[in-house]
Design a protein around this ligand. Sequence first.
Ligand SMILES: *Cc1c(COP(=O)(O)O)cnc(C)c1O
Length: 220
Amino acid sequence: MTESASAAVIAERLVAIRSGIAERTSRDVVIVAVTKSQPTSVIDEAVAAGVAVIGENYAQEVRDKADALQRARAHGVEVHFIGQLQTNKVRLVAPLVDVVQSVDRLSLVAELARRAPGIRVCIQVNTSGGLGRGGCEPETVPTLVGAARSAGLVVDGLMTVGPVGGDVVSLRRSFAMVRDLADSLGLSVRSMGMSDDHLIAVEEGSTMVRIGTALVGSRS
Ligand SMILES: *Cc1c(COP(=O)(O)O)cnc(C)c1O
C-alpha cells in the first residue's frame, strides 16, 4: 500500500502545476483536484493544501465521502461531480455537489431539475468519437444547453475528456472543438485537460483542468 499524499506534498505539486499553466496562458485556469479512488483523508489534505475545487467520479464514493465533502464545502471549496451519472443516482449525488460537469442527455437534465432545481452544470461533449467515456455528440450540445436552461439549470460551460492515448494532434483537435463550441454559445467554462494532457488543453483554451494523479498521486 502506498502512502496517500499529504497537504504539503499536494501544495508543492499545485505550485508546479500552476507555474506550468502560467507559462502558457495569462488566463485564470481553475484546478480541480480529482480525488476519486483515493482515501477520504485526501480530500481534507487537498483542502488544507489550498485547492479551490474537488472532483469526484462515482456516486457511491460521493456518498461514502459525504462528511469530508461537506467539510470542504464549509471551507468554501466547491465539489464537482465529473463522472458518468445514472439518473437514479441523482438524488444521492446532487445534495453533496455544487456542479455536475457530466450532463450529457435530456433525461439527466430533467432529473437534475426535479431533484436539484437551479443546480450548476456543464454539458459534457464527446470529442473523440470513443464509446464509454460519456458525453453527447457535438451536434447535440446547443439542444442540451437550451434544455438545461429551460429547466432552470445554470449552465457554466462545457466539459470534455480528450481521446485516451490520443496523439497531440487529436488532443488539440478535441480541445479546440470544445473551445469553439463554448465560444459560439457564449459559455465561459471550458473544463478540459487531465494530468497527462492539461498543458495541451490550456494551450487550446481550457479554463479548468481536472488533475488527479499529478496532484494527489496514483489511485488504488
Ligand atoms: C479521473 C479523471 C480525471 C483525472 O485524471 P488524471 O489522469 O488522474 O489526472 C479527470 N477527469 C475525469 C472525467 C476523470 O474521470
